[in-house]
Write a protein that binds this ligand. Structure first.
Ligand SMILES: [Zn+2]
Ligand SMILES: [Zn+2]
Length: 135
């Protein structure tokens, strides 16, 4: 079982199954919704995910998906498709404790200086397929 929550603690969640996918996304929507250059996410079956405290606010970030976040502290919990979502992509940073999840790393982002390289050469990321939007 995995648990986590937002920055202020008003939102808590749990996932009662193993992750089915994980990775990093650097699309414009993930960057702007987190304020970070790269978002690490881990995907669970939607049927295994539930909020155990609070109710998430919803922001339709595109015509195909929405972001779920705390409307008190603003922390983004995750993403899912708007229609008939079978999975929930949770932001790894919201998980409790040490996270035993190893997101798949796009080749161009490998290495200890991956964020620096990304900030200096965003054009180098073009062509990498992002999960939820265009780079
Ligand atoms: Zn909060
Ligand atoms: Zn994204």
């Amino acid at each position: 079982m995995y648990e986590g929550g937002c920055l202020c603690g008003a939102l808590r969640f749990r996932a009662d199954d193993r992750p089915i996918d994980s990775g990093y996304c650097h699309c414009s929507l993930c960057r702007r919704s987190t304020g970070a250059p790269v978002l690490a996410w881990v995907s669970f079956p939607a049927t295994a995910f539930s909020y155990t405290k609070g109710r998430a606010a919803i922001f339709e970030s595109s015509s195909w998906g929405h972001r779920e976040f705390c409307n008190l502290c603003g922390a983004q919990i995750g993403y899912r498709k708007t229609d008939a979502a079978t999975t929930v992509d949770l932001n790894v940073g919201c998980m409790d404790g040490p996270v035993r999840i190893s997101p798949a790393v796009p080749r161009l982002l490998e290495g200890s200086n991956r964020v620096v390289r990304y900030l200096r050469r965003p054009a180098a990321l073009r062509g990498i397929r992002a999960r939820c939007a265009l780079v």
